[in-house]
Each structure stands twice: as structure tokens, then as C-alpha cells.
Design a protein around this ligand. Structure first.
Ligand code: FAD
Ligand code: PYC
Length: 405
């Protein structure tokens, strides 16, 4: 059926890497590609290569459940995620690529008094920060989400929910491909199948990277944006990161008629769900309790997650599941990301986004590009430096992470 579609124009070039670049970005996921785009677009730095060990967008950017929101607790996080949300709101136009960004609302259901208090506090904090978030209860919640079991005799009755109405979801591969196409058209070299296997460091300063199949490539500055592999990359550079890499699993069902036009997350029974435009139910779990690098699903996680989903939406009990998978997320002790200089001069890391980096993609790329261009952090990124793990100025967002760590 594709025989009449030959000779299509390539969406990006497939260049042979140069011997040297002004900036090398390791990792062609959402954040790496966004960083390359903003470096070229906003800072005029186009002698840039993105080195990706597999294919562009084969990592978490295309394995996530696409939830976008900015309802985090602390001012530092609200500034970070709201910066990203504002970029999301103009991204289809900016990249001339339909991101299918759908602000259909994200609900966090509350099943205990403590759950309610936590969410009410969050909603109040967000409103003071200028971020939309509100509480809905009882009949209003039932009207807004007819399929949600709001009955009093549910095993874990739903007492109310917070909702960020500007939250929602987007099409994950459109994000990767949109940034890739735009970065390529500004002159960035996107090098696929190019694994970085070592760092070239001299007198405490990075001078380039060693790759598996293209030898050493020199650079003035290197940004490492490798999500679940960040600990491995830091080891190559001779230091340790306070991150743990865990599998995070998700699954989708067979397509069914539209019945859910919003995103529902429950921290208490622990599961979350939205319905895609194709009709599949997109369902996710908490992180696996063990560390690992296996990008796979497992039966026990499916079973627990489906129990939670059926508890919330009894009408889904006979829907068949189609696919399951895992991605490796790098989690920090405070469930906040790291955008930072490192002990190696001119080597910067952007990692630790854990279970929540999809929503952060545009903001992360935008702020990290600033840091790579200037050598100093953008004011919004300052609180997310590695130094917080020495000073103790952590940005604890476990309560707002939405996914159990
Ligand atoms: P990736 O796409 O993983 O990019 C990193 C890239 O680095 C990869 O392509 C990898 O191949 C490459 N790389 C690694 N090592 C090397 C090397 N040595 N040399 C060259 N390249 C290398 N977040 C949300 O906000 N909302 C959600 O709903 C959500 N759901 C999720 C559900 C699941 C199942 C998972 C796994 C994650 C979810 N996340 C969510 C988190 C989000 O996907 C990640 O935080 C985010 O995608 C990470 O940034 P990235 O896109 O750049 O990562
Ligand atoms: O950060 O909102 C989130 C999220 C949902 C599912 C995984 N992460």
C-alpha cells in the first residue's frame, strides 16, 4: 500500500558526523531534540550534533502516557512546569507540526480525608502561583466524569478531585519528530545509531566524546540528556548522580467507543487512564519497586494496575488489553529534575525527570539550551542544580508527582 509513496522528501538529513562541534547533545529523546532546537533558534548556535544510540525518539519520549500538567506544589516547580505548559500551548504553531495537544483536563481523585487535604492545599498553592487548579466534589464530579464510580459504596469511595483544566495530553512522537525536523532545518546534525561510550576529559574539562562507531568527536560543550541512562553517563565522566533508574510500565487496551474525554489519575488506588483518539485506553502504573534497565512490562504490575482502574471505572472490567511496555526513568530523591553544571567543566546534565518529564519537554529544552549557550543557568533552572543535594535545598515534589515512587 505504500508503493505510491516512494521518493518522499526526507524529514531530516542523515549526515556523517563532523570531527568537531560547538555543542554535542547526548541523547535524541524529547529533551535532547528540544534542547538542540532552542540552541539553534534562540541562541543562534547551529554547529550542534545530537548523538543518539538508537533511533530518534525510541526512548521514553515514545513510551510515555503523554500527560501534560503544571500543578506542582513548590514555587520553583510551578515556575518550571508552567514555563513548559506555556510553550506547549503554542508548540504546534511554533514547529508547524500538529502536536495534537488536547487540554482536556487532568483530575487527581481523592479517596481519603488526607487525600482531600493534600489536593486542596495543592490547588490553593497553585492558584497563588497563577497556575489553574480547582477542587470538584460529589454530583459535579460525577457529571464531569460520568463513567467514574462516585458511589458511596465503592471500596475506596471518591470524595472529590482536583482538576487542572489546562492539563491534558499530546501526541508523543509528534513532539520528537517536530523538534527533530525543526532542529535539522536550522542546521543541527542528528546522528542516529551513534552510542557515546566514553567522555574525553582533560584537566577537568570535557573536550569531546568517544562513540562506538564514529570514533572521537570533539566539542566545546557537551549536554547529557539521556534520561534513564544518566547514571551510566555520569560514571563515564567520573562522578555519581543521586538518581536511581527504575522501569515504569504502561499498557493500552483494544480501541473502544469514546467514553472518557479527560485524564484521571488516582494516587490512592494507584492507576491512571485516558482514552486516545483511536479509542484505546492508555493506562499507567507506579514505578517498579526495583532498579533495572529492562524496558519490559510484567504481569504483576498489569494485574495491580487493572484492579485500580476497574475500581475507578467498573465499566472497563471486560475490556481486553492489547500491549504493555516499560521505559527506564531516572528518579531523584526529591522527585524533581536536575538541570546543572557538573564537576567536569563544560559538561552539563539534564536528567532526573523521572516519571514526569514528558510534560517538561519544551521547558526543559528551552532552559537547558540557555544553560549550554551561556554556561550559567536560566533563573527558572537555578533551583534544580546538583548543588541542592549538598545544601539540602531540595524541591520535594513526591506529593505532586502523580505516580508512586
Ligand atoms: P528519552 O526519550 O528516553 O531520551 C533519552 C535518549 O538518550 C534515548 O533515546 C536513549 O537512547 C539515548 N541515550 C541513552 N544513552 C545514550 C548513549 N550512551 N549515547 C547516545 N544516546 C544515548 N511524563 C509525563 O510528564 N507524563 C506522562 O504521562 C508520563 N508517562 C510515562 C509513562 C511511562 C511508561 C514512562 C516510561 C515515562 C513516562 N513519563 C511521563 C516520563 C517521560 O517519558 C520522561 O521523563 C521523558 O520522556 C524523559 O526525557 P526524554 O524524552 O529526553 O527521554
Ligand atoms: O507526571 O503526570 C505525570 C505522569 C502521569 C503518568 C506518568 N507521569
Amino acid at each position: 500500500s505504500l508503493s505510491f509513496h516512494e521518493n518522499w522528501q526526507k524529514v531530516w538529513r542523515n549526515p556523517t558526523p563532523q570531527k568537531r562541534y560547538d555543542v554535542i547533545i547526548i541523547g535524541g529523546g524529547g529533551h535532547g531534540l528540544a534542547t538542540a532546537y532552542y540552541l539553534a533558534k534562540e541562541h543562534g548556535i547551529t554547529n550542534v550534533a545530537v548523538l543518539e544510540k538508537g533511533h530518534l525518539g525510541g526512548g521514553n519520549i515514545c513510551r510515555n502516557t503523554t500527560i501534560v500538567r503544571s500543578n506542582y506544589l513548590w514555587d520553583e516547580s510551578a515556575a518550571l512546569y508552567e514555563h513548559s505548559m506555556k510553550l506547549w500551548e503554542g508548540l504546534s504553531q511554533e514547529l508547524n507540526y500538529n502536536q495534537m495537544f488536547s487540554q482536556r483536563g487532568v483530575y487527581h481523585t481523592c479517596h481519603t480525608l488526607q487525600d482531600l487535604r493534600t489536593n486542596e492545599r495543592l490547588a490553593n498553592a497553585n492558584r497563588l502561583q497563577g497556575v489553574d487548579n480547582e477542587m470538584v466534589y460529589g454530583d459535579q464530579l460525577q457529571r464531569e466524569i460520568p463513567a467514574l464510580d462516585c458511589s458511596k459504596d465503592a471500596r475506596y469511595p471518591v470524595l472529590g478531585a482536583s482538576v487542572q483544566r489546562r492539563g491534558g495530553n499530546a501526541r508523543h512522537d509528534a513532539v520528537a519528530w517536530g523538534y527533530a525536523r525543526a532542529a535539522d532545518s536550522l542546521g543541527v546534525d542528528l546522528i542516529q545509531n551513534c552510542e557515546v561510550i566514553d567522555m574525553e576529559i582533560s584537566d577537568g574539562k570535557i573536550t569531546g566524546v568517544k562513540t562506538r562507531n564514529h570514533g572521537v568527536i570533539k566539542a566545546d560543550r557537551v549536554g547529557c540528556v539521556t534520561a534513564g541512562n544518566s547514571g551510566v553517563m555520569a560514571k563515564m565522566a567520573g562522578f555519581e548522580l543521586p538518581v536511581e533508574s527504575h522501569p515504569l510500565q504502561a499498557l493500552v487496551s483494544e480501541p473502544i467507543k469514546p467514553f472518557l474525554d479527560t485524564v484521571v489519575m488516582s494516587n490512592h488506588v494507584h492507576g491512571y487512564m485516558s482514552q486516545s483518539d483511536k479509542g484505546d485506553l492508555v493506562i499507567g502504573a507506579g514505578i517498579d519497586g526495583w532498579v533495572g534497565y529492562g524496558q519490559r512490562g510484567s504481569y504483576s504490575v498489569i494485574e495491580h494496575t487493572i484492579q485500580a482502574i476497574v475500581e475507578l471505572f467498573p465499566c472497563t472490567s471486560r475490556v481486553r488489553m492489547n500491549r504493555q511496555w516499560g521505559g527506564i526513568v531516572d528518579t531523584c530523591p526529591d522527585a524533581s529534575p536536575i538541570l546543572s553544571a557538573t564537576p567536569v567543566r563544560n559538561l552539563f546534565f539534564n536528567c532526573g525527570w523521572g516519571t514526569g518529564g514528558f510534560k517538561g519537554t519544551p521547558g526543559s529544552g528551552n532552559l537547558f539550551a540557555h544553560q549550554l549557550a551561556h554556561g550559567t543557568p536560566h533563573p527558572i533552572a537555578e533551583p534544580f542544580a546538583l548543588s541542592r543535594f549538598y545544601t539540602g535545598a531540595l524541591v520535594d515534589e513526591h506529593g505532586a508527582a502523580g505516580v508512586a515512587h
